[in-house]
Write a protein that binds this ligand. Sequence first.
Ligand code: G3H
Ligand code: ZN
Length: 280
Amino acid sequence: PLVPTATVVGAARADGRGAAAFNVIQVEHAQAIVAGAERAGAPVILQLSQNAVRYHGALRPIAAAARAVAELATTPVALHLDHATERSLVEEAVELGFGSVMYDASALPYEENVAATAEVARACHGHDVWVEAELGEIGGKDGVHAPGARTDPGEAAAYVAATGVDGLAVAVGTSHAMLTRDAALDFALITALRDAVPVPLVLHGSSGVADADLTAAVAAGMTKINIATQLNKVFTGAARERLAADPALVDTRKYLGPARDATAAEVARLLGVLRSAPPT
Ligand code: G3H
Ligand code: ZN
């Protein structure tokens, strides 16, 4: 069923489990993520980024598909708007029944980031929508990797108090869209942030993190773990293999189906790495 993001993230944090948030581009992503979560017996978050919305030209069609897939799931599934810089898109997501939004003002100067984010948080809380923000810009979205960015624990605590956000994305050594899984996480900083910040912490750019470090990051205090590129790697790899094996293939189901299956298996595997399943 579709459940509020606050439920998934809150329970994961209380138990020291990871709440995995996987990015959806096509409907096959949503289907694969839910199939993998059902196999792992874990709740999961489907997230749609503003970039993915731009690709589709509108939020409504892909959101409706993702929402329907969530509602049919036998495991709890939440719906999240990822990396939104446009206020109108946040408002539309709230209208469409999303349980949470990330309002990303991390590119703005500190005071402007605080003011804009506080306003979004107030508006969303009126609809019981969970709000994530980012402090200490995590690079890579523009193709320029900046794994050196760091979030200061004292500034993070002040930012959460000033904005009223429910979750905080922090810069601890990752960078978006890495194709190699060799990011060096700053575990001492993760622990310091967990001790200083009263809300769940969010790891972006998690595709660049090795399995063992993902497990360790959750143990050190990261809760919501955002993964996009790793699933695309697996999805496209499987599709490419099918297309290469049969140059006469034209039925899209014949390569998207195997891509979806391979992605579901990777999701189930990653949910194990993140210890996402609640104890039975
Ligand atoms: O918000 C989405 C994530 O931060 C995903 O990043 O593609 O590097 O896994 P990634
Ligand atoms: Zn991100």
